[in-house]
Design a protein around this ligand. Structure first.
Ligand code: PPS
Length: 297
């Protein structure tokens, strides 16, 4: 821990329905499970570090006609709510925040699909899942876990990758998370986004999100949204770069929340041997599905 980090105990991980969750989130899970959304609420789901904050900002801008000022009305964590968040990491729990908001609310979750409250499916809430290739997700998660007390200590990178491969990190196994949403995407009308596609052609992906939400905005507004949600713009935007989160929770002097925002950073972290081992394990776990992930552009 760096000298200037205020000491706050690290979260522990405990299993809930076979998935490891930070202890404070596990404690509130029954209440989260019972949450009933309004049919107009929008769900953004993602395994951690897959591009959910980016998607949240795009959705908030789409819902407000690309109005940058309105979307600076509050930090992203107030405008769009992490369903399972607790007072250990936020001023109010996600459920308390939601009580004070009028639908349509933008709700984020890292829960795997089988743990998402049934009401989202029953009420046919618009759902977006954003996925990122496993190796870049692991790298991003490693830096995130170093800077937040939200997670247990990471240990060295080599052991962190092992934990990532074996579902021993918070929110469980990346492979099952992604497969769970992928397999249900048609039945539940889930818009399945890839981080790499968003990097490659953000305008196309913003338009896909807009259509999924049954919105129709002018070309000019879409261009503005694309511009406002570039990595650079979001990194400099105090309402999205998480600089508002207290240092004892996110110590951004260790690593920035808006860290690199690239596809292929894994190449700077995986040795050829580690990449081969990771890929072999990946093939075994993902062989029954053909999800077109890209690890470089
Ligand atoms: S979290 O903590 O799970 O909610 O994180 P999440 O927002 O899902 O993912 C964080 C990573 O997304 C990157 N990011 C972006 N990349 C490109 N463009 C934009 N606009 C953008 N916004 C966020 C962020 O930098 C994290 O990735 P890394 O690789 O760590 O930089």
């Amino acid at each position: 821990m760096s000298d200037d980090q205020t000491v706050m105990p690290r979260a522990l991980l405990v299993p809930v329905k076979g998935i490891l969750l930070p202890d404070h989130i596990a404690k509130g899970f029954d209440a989260v499970s019972a949450f009933c959304p309004h049919p107009s609420d929008i769900l953004i789901a993602a395994y951690p570090k897959s591009g959910s904050t980016w998607t949240q900002e795009i959705v908030d801008l789409l819902l407000h006609d690309g109005d940058a000022e309105i979307c600076r009305r509050a930090p992203i964590i107030e405008r769009t709510v992490l369903l399972e968040s607790t007072t250990r990491i936020r001023r109010r729990s996600g459920l308390d925040q939601l009580k004070e908001m009028d639908p349509p609310r933008v709700i984020k979750t890292h829960l795997p699909l089988h743990m998402v409250p049934a009401g989202f499916g029953e009420n046919k809430c618009k759902t977006i899942y954003v996925a990122r290739n496993a190796k870049d997700t692991a790298v991003s998660f490693y830096y995130f876990c170093q800077m937040t007390t939200f997670s247990p200590e990471t240990g060295p990178w080599e052991s962190f990758i092992q934990k990532f491969m074996h579902g021993e990190l918070a929110w469980g196994n990346w492979h099952d998370h992604v497969k769970g949403y992928w397999e249900e995407r048609e039945k539940r009308d889930i818009l399945f986004l890839f981080y790499e596609d968003m990097k490659e052609n953000p305008r196309r992906e913003v338009e896909r999100i807009m259509k999924h939400l049954d919105l129709s905005l002018s070309d000019e507004v879409i261009s503005r949204i694309v511009e406002l949600t570039t990595f650079k713009k979001m990194k400099d935007n105090p309402m999205v770069n998480q600089s508002f989160v207290p240092k004892e929770i996110y110590n951004q002097s260790i690593s920035k929340f808006m860290r690199k925002g690239e596809v292929g950073d894994w190449k700077n972290h995986f040795t050829p041997e580690k990449a081969a081992e990771f890929d072999e394990d990946y093939e075994k776990k993902m062989k029954q599905v053909n999800i077109p992930f890209r690890t470089q552009l």
